[in-house]
Ligand binder design. Structure first.
Ligand code: HEC
Length: 123
């Protein structure tokens, strides 16, 4: 391989690493966006409709995406491990609803404790 060509290969590999590294580290939504899209207005929010079984397949998928991003975000305050636990419970329950698991709506209802999470993690 010529020297110029091998540098091209190296640059190409580094370029790919940089791009994939970025997309893995960049959550798709900020926590504020997730709250606005998923949790308000009370009673009629996305999560409330998913819990009540009123959401479309697309809406259920959006909620899973929101909670995926939530777990990737840093909590504005509080213990990171606790944050991971709360957000993982949300994600798993939302995935359960999407998959049509029996009782998943109940689990989601239990996992989405606005006050508990805000007290611990909302700055
Ligand atoms: C897993 C943790 C968690 C849960 C559960 C949670 N929130 Fe939040 N919420 C946060 C955090 C963290 C913030 C602060 C975000 C920031 O300031 O960047 C926030 C902020 C908000 C905001 C303010 C958004 C803004 O623009 O400043 C609203 C409204 C809100 N949450 C509503 C709710 C409601 C309603 C529920 C329950 C249905 C809920 N949240 C459940 C973590 C959570």
């Amino acid at each position: 391989m010529s020297r110029a060509l091998s540098w091209l290969v190296v640059a190409g590999v580094l370029g790919c690493l940089a791009v994939s590294g970025l997309s893995a580290a960049e959550p798709k939504y900020t926590t504020k966006e997730i709250m606005k899209k998923g949790h308000v207005p009370p009673g009629k929010s996305l999560v409330a409709r998913v819990i009540k079984g009123e959401a479309s397949a697309e809406e259920k998928k959006l909620l899973v995406e929101l909670y995926e991003a939530l777990g990737q975000n840093e909590p504005p305050k509080g213990d990171k491990a606790e944050w991971q636990k709360l957000t993982k419970a949300l994600l798993e329950a939302a995935k359960g609803v999407e998959a049509g698991d029996a009782g998943a709506g109940e689990k989601l209802n239990e996992a989405v404790q606005c006050g508990t999470c805000h007290k611990a993690h909302k700055a």
